[in-house]
Design a binder for this molecule. Structure first.
Ligand SMILES: NC(=O)c1ccc[n+]([C@@H]2O[C@H](COP(=O)([O-])OP(=O)(O)OC[C@H]3O[C@@H](n4cnc5c(N)ncnc54)[C@H](OP(=O)(O)O)[C@@H]3O)[C@@H](O)[C@H]2O)c1
Length: 279
């Protein structure tokens, strides 16, 4: 079983550096996928209200036989529930659907600037943390200016900002801000939702090490202290993506991958400033 490093968060809790994501995994496929992940050694599971698979994830957790305190379960608040009371109710719904007593981490999924209620949602998350229903609270897809605002309003910092980050979209411009404020970056779409897997430069590095392209990408992210949550519904890929702790990249490999950053065109998902869908 791989020994996954733990990353310290600014609220005193820790999170496994590598976890398993389940975006676009239908509820009935989430159970076998998460069961396979837990069997392979993953202990961090990343779902969201908007993924409509919290019940499937919960069935897998219940079937796993793993002690609750050995797992780290994250869910995310849906965009249509940013009102204070709605956010509180929504977190209870997630906890119930997952069949748990508490969540290890709950994130505001998107800031939804047009709606302009993420400050209310953050106040609800702060209250839920104080009540012990959620161990750690954070955000996703937040620009530094949005984080500044919620910290100014509540005095409480998110532990994590979960953002799209991979070799073609390296988010170099926001790294310093997060380091300075001790807010960890968690890479979503760490494989570019699959878009980076056919990159020739990484394929060469993969061949040199006798590893897969996904393993090289994940190693490159882990080497920078980033948290990663790759997704797959294939058992052998699920196992491959966690088998990344027994080899090392050299400086030349890292330089080559650093050189693939394409801030203008590299993003595969939506932009925080314009994602206003109320799912
Ligand atoms: N906060 C947010 O707004 C947000 C947005 C997007 C994602 N996320 C989170 O981040 C997680 C990961 O991101 P993601 O799902 O976008 O994509 P990803 O993990 O970057 O890539 C997943 C894709 O790569 C393929 N893949 C995975 N491992 C592979 C391997 N070893 N060899 C070949 N192909 C492989 C998968 O195919 P198969 O499944 O067919 O194997 C799938 O098509 C999500 O599941 C979710 O938890 C969060």
């Amino acid at each position: 079983m791989p020994d996954i490093p733990q990353i310290s968060l600014n609220d005193g809790n820790t999170i496994p550096q590598l976890g398993f994501g389940v975006w676009q995994v239908p509820d009935d496929e989430a159970q076998p996928a998460v069961e396979a992940a837990i069997r392979s050694g993953y202990r961090l599971i990343d779902t969201a209200q908007g993924y409509d698979n919290e019940e499937g994830v919960g069935r897998a957790i219940a079937a796993s036989g793993i002690a609750r305190d050995q797992l780290f379960v994250t869910s995310k608040l849906r965009n249509g529930a940013h009102d204070y009371d709605a956010a509180r109710k929504a977190s209870d719904e997630s906890i119930d659907k997952l069949g748990l007593d508490y969540l290890d981490m709950f994130l505001i999924h998107w800031p939804v600037p047009e709606q302009d209620k993420y400050g209310d949602a953050w106040r609800a998350l702060v209250a839920l943390k104080n009540e012990g229903r959620i161990r750690s609270i954070g955000v996703s897809n937040f620009l530094p200016s949005y984080i500044d605002r919620i910290v100014e309003e509540t005095g409480i910092k998110p532990v994590i900002n979960q953002v799209e980050l991979h070799p073609q979209y390296q988010q170099r411009d926001i790294r310093g801000y997060h380091e300075q404020h001790d807010i960890k970056l968690e890479c979503y779409s760490p494989l570019g939702s699959g878009a980076v897997l056919d990159n020739d430069t990484i394929a060469e590095i993969a061949e040199k090490h006798g590893r897969s392209v996904s393993q090289i990408i994940l190693r490159w992210e882990l080497d920078q202290g980033l948290i990663v949550i790759p997704k797959s519904t294939h058992q052998e890929r699920i196992a491959q993506n966690i088998d990344v702790f027994d080899f090392e990249l050299d400086d030349e490999d890292r330089r080559k991958i650093d050189g693939l950053d394409d801030p203008e065109n590299g993003k595969t998902g939506s932009f925080p400033e314009t994602m206003n869908d109320l799912f």
